[in-house]
Write a protein that binds this ligand. Structure first.
Ligand code: GTR
Length: 340
């Protein structure tokens, strides 16, 4: 039944990682900005004193990037358990810059032995059509973009990769076999693009990312290309608009984004009432990209609330409820990472 549902979607066949990435960057997200010519860090140690009663350190770091002969800076937080050992870690692309935050239960993550590095996406460039703002202003002259130049998702992904540059300076306390990039909704789309374009990330987690994220576009319920390009054209490159009302003509579908992360690991999380994102289309994306991971292991039927398909390197879980990055989602993510 699942196989038949996927066949009806008529998605293009998987290609090599390189080919799939080129298509996605050219046609959907735009090419990521170049790596900085130079990068340095300003570290404010223990910006939150005795964080979690001393269970963790909390530093505020500013990345100072030389790019296009100009300078671009952004802040992020680094919370690391104080106990001995090398810690698995999350790079969380967050909506807000608070630690903790309603989308980031920092103490619980620390209690599970994870470090978390997080930044607020709008500290990179605002979530709007202004391409003179922040990193966009450093990249583009007067905010003018060519058809395949980075949209805002590609810029947020670039920033997550800079946070990974910093993580690499902490190699005595972080475990790079369990490096995870994660995000919710538009930032779940961003997390997938981050890992697809940077093999330093061993795991990616997309929570409720839906249209132009982890959901197959062809035959999708809820949000479609026309709607997303109407409301948020700036998330993508200009070329993406070609597919408004012409999704069948796309030389790709979203399984390319997920498959481009293989053979590394991906977990896709859906919420049962998030029909705008469309849990079934997110699940079908796991099925469609499965062969790139050596198979998606599931029970041959559509998912039910509470399901966790964690056996393969591509995993899926379905939580009850609405569009939200919940504690339950974080718990599933921790379980998935710890099971590998
Ligand atoms: C919605 C958008 C979705 C999703 C969401 C979010 O308005 O239509 O694609 O990404 O925002 O980021 O919360």
């Amino acid at each position: 039944m699942v196989k038949k549902l996927l066949e009806e979607r008529n998605v293009p066949k998987l290609l090599s990682r390189h080919e799939m990435l080129n298509i996605l960057l050219e046609e959907e997200y735009g090419y990521l900005p170049p790596e900085p010519e130079k990068i340095s860090w300003k570290v404010e140690e223990n910006c939150i004193l005795n964080f979690c009663a001393g269970k963790a350190t909390a530093d505020k770091v500013t990345a100072v990037c030389g790019i296009n002969g100009k300078e671009f800076s952004f802040p992020f937080y680094v919370c690391i358990p104080t106990c001995e050992g090398k810690h698995p870690f999350f790079i969380h692309i967050n909506f807000r810059d608070c630690v903790p935050d309603r989308y980031m239960p920092t103490e619980e993550l620390i209690d599970h032995g994870f470090a978390v590095l997080s930044f607020c996406y709008e500290d990179i460039t605002k979530d709007n059509n202004d391409f003179t703002d922040g990193l966009a202003g450093v990249l583009y002259h007067n905010g003018v973009r060519r058809p395949n130049d980075a949209g805002k998702i590609a810029m947020w992904a670039w920033a997550a990769q800079r946070v990974m540059d910093y993580a690499q300076t902490l190699d005595t306390v972080l475990d790079f076999q369990r490096s995870v990039v994660c995000g919710h909704s538009r930032l779940g789309k961003t997390a997938l693009l981050t890992a697809a374009t940077d093999t330093r990330f061993q795991f990616a987690y997309s929570n409720d990312s839906g249209c132009s994220g982890a959901a197959i576009t062809r035959g999708k319920q809820g949000e479609r290309v026309q709607v997303i390009c109407g409301a948020f054209p700036f998330w993508f490159c200009e070329n993406y608009k070609k597919y408004i009302g012409a999704e069948e003509k796309m030389p790709f579908d979203q399984h390319y984004l997920v498959a481009a992360i293989a053979p590394r690991k991906v977990l896709i999380g859906s919420a049962s009432e998030d029909l705008w994102a469309d849990p079934v289309s997110e699940f079908l994306c796991c099925v469609a990209s499965g062969s790139a991971f050596g198979g998606f292991v599931y029970e041959g039927r559509l998912p039910e609330i509470g399901d966790k398909f964690f056996e393969g390197n591509i995993g899926y879980h379905l939580r009850e409820g609405l569009h939200y990055f919940s504690r339950e989602d974080w718990q599933r993510l921790i379980e998935f990472v710890n099971s590998k």
